[in-house]
Design a protein around this ligand. Structure first.
Ligand code: ADP
Ligand code: MG
Length: 183
């Protein structure tokens, strides 16, 4: 089973994935936590690297092949990354965060102004959620507003989602309050 943890950079995917892994490994032993950016970089699963944006154009056939070879269908696989919803997941957790917080977190990472703006816009325009819906007819989608939540709270919400398996999305809307950030 593949669980995609997706969302705009800075939203908290890696932090949540690591903590979720620690919780799930206590319940089952075949849990894997895969950071997409790390494996793409380490195994050269990309077409090209954009040095200015410090990002990769991912080679999706190669990445899919790598995942097939390195996991089994018995594994409970956490896919941590902002393209994880494009990797045939069984369920998708879309993490959301107030765009002002995204701005603050990405500024702390010393991202370029252009990269910060692109990502803030992506969060306001629900890009990861829309892509998740468009690309996954079969998979269950759960959207979580992480803004006022601790990592522990978020992990507990995800575990509860996994138990009940009832999709939930469309509850987060930044456009009205943060429209000014698009200009
Ligand atoms: P992503 O993997 O989505 O880019 P990270 O997991 O690297 O995001 O988190 C970005 C920053 O936000 C980190 O400094 C992390 O400690 C912090 N963070 C993540 N989730 C939370 C949370 N729920 N509450 C407070 N800080 C958080
Ligand atoms: Mg990350």
């Amino acid at each position: 089973m593949r669980i995609a943890i997706t969302g705009t950079p800075g939203v908290g995917k890696t932090t949540v994935s690591k903590n979720l892994f620690e919780k799930l490994i206590n319940l089952e032993n075949n849990v894997k936590n895969i950071n997409i950016t790390e494996i793409v970089s380490k195994n050269q699963l990309y077409i090209e690297k954009d040095d200015e944006m410090n990002s990769y154009v991912i080679d999706f056939p190669k990445l899919n092949n790598f995942l097939e070879l390195n996991t089994t269908c018995e594994d409970l696989i956490i896919l941590d990354g902002h393209v994880s919803h494009l990797l045939n997941p069984d369920c998708i957790i879309v993490l959301r965060l107030n765009p002002e917080r995204i701005f603050d977190r990405l500024s702390l990472r010393n991202y370029s102004e252009k990269k910060i703006k692109e990502n803030v816009e992506a969060e306001i325009l629900d890009v990861c959620l829309v892509e998740s819906i468009e690309n996954n007819v079969e998979s269950k989608i759960f959207e979580i507003d992480c803004t006022e939540k601790s990592v522990l709270d978020i992990c507990n919400i995800i575990i509860s989602f996994l138990e009940h398996n009832t999709p939930k999305y469309g509850n987060v809307s930044w456009l009205e309050d943060y429209f000014y950030m698009l200009e």
